[in-house]
Design a protein around this ligand. Sequence first.
Ligand SMILES: [Fe+2]
Length: 193
Amino acid sequence: MQEYIEQKFELGELEGLSRKQVEAHLGLYSGYVNNVNKLNASLEELSKDSEVNGYAISEVKRRFGFEFNGMRLHEYYFEQFENKIGVADPAFPLQQAIVKQWGSYEAWEAEFKTVGKMRGIGWALLLHDEKAGQLMNVWVSDHELGHLAGQKILLAMDIWEHAFMVDYLPSERGVYIDAFFKNLNWEVVETRF
Ligand SMILES: [Fe+2]
């Protein structure tokens, strides 16, 4: 069985997100990796007699999407803060695609932030529909509800309160979102496009 390995991220000092906040959040990420491995180990054991263990297997399968996406989305998230703050260079192909679709970078950012301010816990994602050549700002509840089939994740913003509750009040989500953008390395996002 393939074991998933916890990723390490090169994170310097972040603006508006304390070291304590980031460490606490990385600890939660670590928990998702552990749980994915535990669920896979359970599945391997239960699958030795899948007929008898049908009920237990279905519960593990149900849980799997939450833990796996929790792991993977946090990898997208923390990678975006790595190394340095990269400017959203208008010459980047993704920037050009954003401007083509929304009219301006600012119009796209305003819509993305609005998605991020929706009530509930989850993620705001910028997706690339490669089949149609379209970009989409999408809301995903929890980690796994609302993903669109076959879409490539370009940008992932964690909107769970655990992403900012060390530094901000729940009512200050907008301030957290501004901090998220200040630390974003657009060069990382661009490589996904
Ligand atoms: Fe998170």
